[in-house]
Design a protein around this ligand. Structure first.
Ligand code: FMN
Length: 398
């Protein structure tokens, strides 16, 4: 099969040329040092992924505030902390021509209680699960401080030699919480109308641009929808994407869902959608006609035939892959050379319907694979999902 389109380079609005159309989407690694410093395990992992052929590697989400973390052992970027270590990470990842972008995030209310006893958010709307506490609404000064922090993290990425930065505006984290009418009940200029709810992300983008300059690629990962009643809808997402486009985004990555509704790993999709691959394809096709910014789609892509078709048809410019990179670290080279035409990963099944439907074991099981690579081992596709369950919960299987 010809894979001419995936192999083509692409010029971003900022002028940067990306060598091909495959990207490793952000995957939270959970293997940094306890204080958020990039570790030897991360250097090993990114050296390996750097040889894997992706045009862009997005780091797993890097936190802007050490007091608010999504998971343990996540990387932290505050001011110029760990500059030498981020520089080493960039060198390892980029030695073979791939571009490393830092994904920048704050969990807001989606921070587990064992890591965050005082979570903050746009408003005091609690996640329904017991592992999350009710968040405190951010003050105006705190919002302004956070905007600076996102900008500082992007500048740190640039100083470290990374080739770009991405705002994590998806999956129910803080930027998503501001965008959604379900979690943002503010009455000031940061809430209410969609324009007000989008102010936080627009100001973050402007701050990053001001600090990093016009030639530094800046992108965003955003939900096509949150898939919850009263939350961020497709129509709203379309409007926000148009606002971001007008600001001059280099790359808009489309995903979907939150950790209440894990659509990003396919748990909300019908079997027919999964078979068609690319969970959010219908949405991106609609977006395409409305904006100029380059587009990337992540979630469910598994065959080079579907990836080629999407690029050839012009619906998108980059294909994002997440879980395949956890089992097949060389997957981009293999797809681009035609050696591999399919990168299907197993559908994790515990046999407990509620767990399987919620997709709750997807992230930890794949993080175990990432940790194996960090230690220099091969991924283990036969890893028992219940072993992972017992390790992360400390409980016996139900
Ligand atoms: C282990 C794991 C960690 C993830 N961490 C992040 C993250 O830090 N940031 C993010 O935007 N998405 C994250 N995701 C979502 C992926 O980037 C991607 O959107 C999702 O896995 C769907 O793509 P796929 O079907 O190719 O796996 C994570 C997914 C997994 C499985």
């Amino acid at each position: 099969m010809s894979i001419n389109h995936l192999n083509q380079s692409f010029r971003l609005p900022s002028g940067t040329i990306i060598p091909n159309r495959l990207a490793k989407s952000a995957l939270s690694e959970g293997i940094a040092e306890a204080n958020g410093r990039p570790s030897e395990a991360l250097f090993n992992l990114y050296e390996r992924w750097g040889k894997g052929g992706a045009g862009i590697l997005f780091t797993g989400n890097v936190m802007v505030d050490k007091d608010h973390l999504v998971n343990a052992n996540v990387m932290i970027a505050e001011k110029e902390n760990f500059l030498a270590d981020y520089t080493k990470l960039a060198e390892k990842a980029q030695a073979n021509g791939t571009h490393l972008w830092m994904q920048i995030n704050h969990p807001g209310r989606q921070a587990p209680v064992y890591l965050d006893k005082a979570p903050v958010s746009a408003s005091n709307v609690k996640m329904p699960m017991r592992i999350y506490l009710e968040p405190r609404p951010l003050t105006e000064d705190e919002i302004l401080d956070l905007i600076e922090r996102y900008g500082d993290a992007a500048l740190l990425a640039k100083k470290a030699g990374m080739k770009g930065a991405q705002i994590h505006g998806a999956h129910g984290y803080l930027v998503s919480q501001f965008l959604s009418g379900l979690t943002n009940l503010r009455k000031d200029k940061w809430g209410g109308s969609l324009e007000n709810r989008a102010r936080f992300v627009i100001e973050i983008y402007r701050n990053m641009r001001k600090k990093c300059g016009d030639d530094f690629p800046i992108g965003i990962k955003i939900n096509s929808a949150d898939f919850q009643k009263g939350a961020f809808t497709e129509e709203e997402s379309m409007e926000v994407i148009q606002l971001l486009d007008a600001e001059g985004m280099d790359l808009i990555e489309v995903s979907g869902g939150t950790y209440e509704r894990a659509a990003m790993v396919g748990s909300m999709q019908k079997e027919s959608t999964k078979l068609r691959e690319a969970y959010f394809m219908d949405f991106i096709t609609k977006v395409r006609s409305k904006i100029k910014s380059p587009l990337m789609l992540t979630g469910g892509f598994r065959t080079s035939a579907a990836m080629e078709k999407a690029i050839e048809g012009g619906e998108l410019d980059f294909v994002g892959l997440g879980r395949p990179f956890c089992l097949y670290p060389n997957v981009a080279n293999e797809l681009l050379s035609g050696k591999r035409t399919d990168c299907t990963v197993q559908n994790l099944k515990t046999g407990v319907e509620k767990m399987d439907k919620s997709g709750m074991m997807e992230t930890p099981w794949y993080m175990f694979q990432i940790a194996r690579m960090g230690k220099g081992f091969e991924p283990d596709p036969n890893l028992d999902v219940w072993k992972v369950y017992e390790k992360i919960t400390g409980k016996k299987r139900p």
